[in-house]
Every structure is written in C-alpha cells, then in structure tokens.
Design a protein around this ligand. Structure first.
Ligand SMILES: [Zn+2]
Length: 340
C-alpha cells in the first residue's frame, strides 16, 4: 500500500513541480509534499507502525524520494529565477553604446544679464544697489520730486492709478527720495527696476519697462563728477571708448538739467537711419538734484548737493545687442532668447 503510494506520489509531485509557474506556486507544492504536514513527511512518520524489515525498506525508499524531490525543487526554483531575470533584462534593456541626449540648459534672460553687468560696474565704482516698491504713493512718485498735482509733467507720465490712491511708479527716481530720507550723505546709489506708463505700445514703448536711476550726493559734487562717472560706465559697458555729449534740457527734479547722448554705435557718428542721421543716440536725462527734492528728502540744500540720472534700461540693452524692437524682450520667443 505504502509502496504504491510512494510511486504515485513521485509521479504526481514531479508533474506538479514541472508545471509550477512561479516561486510562490512552487513553494506551495513543496509544503504539500515536504512541509511539516506534507504527504511524504507523513509517510516517514508512519514508519514506526510498520515491522522492522518493512520499515528499513520503505524508509530507505522514502528518504531517497525526499532527496530526489528536494533536488527537483531546487532545479525548478533556479529555472524560474533565471526566467524572471531574463524577462527583466529584456524589459529594461538599454543600449549603453547609444549616444547620450544633451539636456537642454536654460540661461538668464538678456535683460537680467545686462542688469547684472550694469550693477557690477557701478558697484565697482562704489555705488550701492538699492530697491523700492513698484506700487508708489503720489507723494514719492510726483510731489516729492517737485511735480505738484497741476504740473504738466503728470500728463506726460500718465500711469495706472489704483483704487486705494496708490499708483504704479512711472520711474525709479522715487527710490532716491526714500533712500535719502533714511541715509546720510555722502551717498552713491543705483536702482535698476520695473516702471510703468499708461501708453500705447510700439517698437520703442512698452507699458512695462526697466529704468536705471543713479544718484550721488555729497559736499562738493558737480556736473564734472557726473560726466566722469557716466563716461566710465559706458566705457566698461560697451568695452570701448564712447563719446558722449550733454545738451541743456528740463526736468522738474533737477536744476540745471541736461540730456546725455552717446555716439551712435551703428554708424560710428556718421549718421544712419537708427540715429535719424544725427550720429547721436539719446541715452538719458540727468542733472543736479533740485534743492526742493533735497529738502523733501530731509536734507539741507545748503549743505548738500548731487547729481541724478534716469536711463531707459531696455534702451541700453537694445544698444548693446543692436535690437530694434523693445517688445522682443517680453515676447518670450525662444528664437530670440536663444541668441544670448
Ligand atoms: Zn547712426
């Protein structure tokens, strides 16, 4: 009885091992035959009840079968593991000889690049880079800069008024007043930041633009200091000697006031369409800080004097890279941006 059992058990176990699909199934089969309560284990346990001769004979056969099945289980387990490994290899195969893909690296916007370069140059000349709020009070944007409500300059610098009486600043010059209120001269500062104007956009006008504002206040500051500073800035910025000229002008917050032109880099001063055949490019408005502005900033005009300038920053970038349309800076067009 036991003997036939062992034979059929062997055939059954072998075929089950053979068809096992994965390790989990194989493990279940192992338990069924060789586990604590497995069929073969039970045969071995039941030997005690047999006579001595039968016990030895069947015991031997059962142990042989046990060893045989153990080997079969091990082989099958190896087979399954190998199969799984091959499947994974096939799925995750990569060609290590294929050429790599270059990751696309971004870079700073041209305006940011030029802003940093400008700040570096002025910092090297002893200027501090300062900031102020984009949303301003009428006082700082106009009144403190000697532009009372009825002044015609308010029409030229139309802006966006907010419901709470504040406005989007039309220039970075209010930062000068804020700085002078809190710091004692001598002082040298530079601000490069966003400004706003309520006007139609075209190739040289945007509602949103950047302005550089510079200010130096001390005891004996004169126009000569201004001219030297700005000439040195242009020389370092454009990496060449730049000829400039100053023309008398008018601004409410400076007295005397002047416009600063630099020689047209396009034609070298000979005259071309870019400079309207004059050979010069208008770069900035400047002048000696008006005594009223010093007073509004808490400084005594009898003790202190200084110069200030305001320059369209976008314009400076356009000159540097010979760009003819200001709107390109804000269009987010990659064909344009990738050139920098
Ligand atoms: Zn020109």
């Amino acid at each position: 009885m036991v003997k036939t059992n062992l034979k059929t058990l062997k055939i059954r176990a072998q075929s089950e091992i053979k068809t096992a699909k994965d390790l989990e199934e194989l493990n279940k089969i192992f338990k069924r035959y060789l586990g604590k309560k497995g069929e073969l284990t039970q045969v071995l346990h039941s030997l005690e009840k047999l006579s001595r001769t039968k016990r030895i004979k069947i015991g031997q056969e059962a142990n042989q079968l046990k060893n045989f099945l153990k080997i079969k289980f091990d082989q099958k387990a190896q087979e399954i593991k190998e199969k799984v490994r091959k499947e994974v290899e096939e799925k995750e195969w990569i060609d290590i000889t294929a050429p790599g893909k270059k990751p696309a690296l971004g870079h700073l916007h041209p305006l940011t690049q030029v802003k940093r370069k400008t700040e570096e140059i002025f910092q090297a000349m002893g200027f501090s880079v300062v900031e102020g709020p984009e949303v301003e009070t009428e006082w700082y944007n106009f009144d403190a800069l000697n532009i009372p409500p009825e002044h015609p300059a308010r029409d030229i610098w139309d802006t966006f008024y907010l419901k709470n009486g504040l406005l989007l600043r039309t220039h970075t010059t209010p930062v000068d007043v804020r700085y002078m209120e809190k710091h004692n001269p001598p002082l040298r500062i530079i601000t490069i930041d966003r400004c706003f104007r309520h006007e139609a956009t075209d190739a040289s006008h945007e509602v949103n633009f950047y302005q550089i504002d510079g200010l130096q206040v001390s005891k004996n500051i004169s126009v000569a200091n201004f001219k030297a500073t700005i000439q040195e800035f242009f020389r370092r910025f454009f990496d060449q000697e730049i000829k400039i000229r100053m023309r008398p002008s008018y601004f409410p917050f400076t007295e005397p006031s002047f416009e600063v032109d630099m020689v047209c880099l396009n034609c070298g001063g000979k005259g071309c369409p870019a400079c309207q055949k004059t050979g010069w490019m208008e770069m900035m408005g400047a002048g000696m800080v008006h005594p009223a502005v010093l007073k509004n900033s808490g400084l005594n005009p009898k003790n202190w004097q200084g110069w200030a300038f305001g320059m369209g920053f976008d314009r400076l970038c356009m000159m540097k890279y010979k760009i003819n349309d200001i709107r390109l800076f804000y269009s987010s067009d990659l064909r344009f941006l990738q050139q920098f």
